[in-house]
Design a binder for this molecule. Structure first.
Ligand code: SAM
Length: 276
C-alpha cells in the first residue's frame, strides 16, 4: 500500500471513530434525566400557543396548532467549536442532534458555521446530513421563518449581531435562541460597556423570556449558563415604536477583545500596488 493510501485509510478510520463517538454521546445524553427537561423546554418554547402569550380564543388556538404543523422550524448553529478535538463541542453537537430530532427539524435544515471547523469536521457534518455554511455571517442571519439559533458559549458580538439583524417585533418573534443566558451576560459585564458595545443584548434582556436549562455538575463546562430565550409577541407588541427605530448596525470600535472572528473584507486593488 502506498503512503498516500495508508493516510487516506487512516483518515477514514478516524472519521468513522469520531462519528461513532458522536453517536455514543447522543445515546449518553438521551439517557440522562436532564435531556427530558431540555426537550420539554424546547417544545414549550417553540409552540405558538406558549403560556406567556396572551389568552387566546379556542379558534385562535386551533389556528396556532395548524400553524405549528405547517411552519417548520429551521436551525442555525454558530460557534460550535472544533468537535474532533474539544469534548465540550462534541457534547454540544450531540445535544444539537437530539434537539433537531425532538423539534422535527430535518437535518438539512440545520446550517452550521464556525471558522474553527477543520476540513474533516465539515465533511463529518455533511455526512451526518447537516448543512455547512461557507460564508461567515458574523451572526447576522435574518429570521424569515421560525428559527432555532444554537449558540453555545459564544462571543457576545454574535448574539448582539443576531439581535440587531432581527430588531423588529415580527422577526424577533420568530427567533428562539439556545445559548448563554442574557441576564447572566448582564450580571458579568460592566453596565456602561454592555450598553455601549452590546446595546441589543442590553435592551433584549428586558423584553425576552429566558428559561434556564438544567446542567448536571459533570457537564458544567459544556452546558453551564445556558437558557432557551424567546421573544413573546404579546410583550413585543406592547412596546412603543421608538424601541425599534434607533437601531444602528453594531460597530464594536471600542472592543479590544471582540471574541468573534469577523468576515474578511476583500483587499481592493489600488494603483499603488500596481494591480489593476
Ligand atoms: C468560546 S468558543 C465556544 C466553543 C464551544 N461552543 C464551547 O463551548 O467550547 C467560541 C466559538 O465561536 C467561534 N466563532 C468565532 N467567530 C465566529 C463567527 N463569526 N461565526 C461563528 N462562529 C464563530 C469560534 O471559532 C469558537 O469556536
Amino acid at each position: 500500500m502506498s503512503s498516500d493510501s495508508v493516510e487516506e485509510w487512516q483518515e477514514q478510520l478516524d472519521v468513522e471513530k469520531l462519528v461513532r463517538r458522536i453517536r455514543d454521546t447522543v445515546s449518553e445524553l438521551r439517557a440522562g434525566e436532564f435531556w427530558q427537561q431540555w426537550k420539554n423546554q424546547l417544545l414549550v418554547s417553540t409552540s405558538p400557543s406558549r403560556p406567556s402569550d396572551s389568552i387566546k380564543t379556542e379558534g385562535q388556538q386551533e389556528k396556532d396548532t395548524e400553524a405549528t404543523v405547517r411552519q417548520q422550524l429551521e436551525c442555525v448553529c454558530y460557534g460550535l467549536g472544533s468537535f474532533s478535538s474539544c469534548v465540550s463541542a462534541r457534547y454540544q453537537l450531540a445535544m444539537l442532534l437530539l434537539l433537531l430530532d425532538a423539534g422535527h427539524i430535518p437535518l438539512k435544515d440545520c446550517a452550521l458555521y464556525d471558522p474553527a471547523f477543520t476540513v474533516a469536521e465539515k465533511d463529518i457534518l455533511r455526512e451526518l446530513g447537516l448543512t455547512v455554511l461557507t460564508q461567515n455571517e458574523e451572526g447576522k442571519r435574518l429570521a424569515t421563518k421560525p428559527t432555532l439559533f444554537y449558540l453555545m458559549h459564544c462571543g457576545k458580538a454574535l448574539y448582539n449581531n443576531l439581535l440587531w439583524q432581527n430588531w423588529n417585533p415580527h422577526c424577533l418573534s420568530l427567533v428562539t435562541i439556545i445559548g448563554n443566558c442574557f441576564s447572566g451576560i448582564r450580571e458579568r459585564t460592566i453596565e456602561r460597556e454592555l450598553k455601549r458595545d452590546y446595546s441589543y443584548i442590553s435592551r433584549a434582556v428586558d423584553l425576552c423570556e429566558e428559561r434556564l436549562l438544567p446542567c448536571p455538575s459533570r457537564l458544567v463546562d459544556v452546558f453551564s449558563d445556558t437558557a432557551i430565550i424567546t421573544f413573546p409577541s404579546d410583550r413585543l407588541n406592547k412596546l412603543p415604536s421608538s424601541t425599534w427605530t434607533d437601531s444602528p448596525e453594531p460597530q464594536y470600535q471600542h472592543c479590544s477583545d471582540l471574541e468573534i472572528i469577523l468576515k474578511q473584507t476583500p483587499v481592493l486593488d489600488s494603483p499603488e500596488t500596481g494591480l489593476s
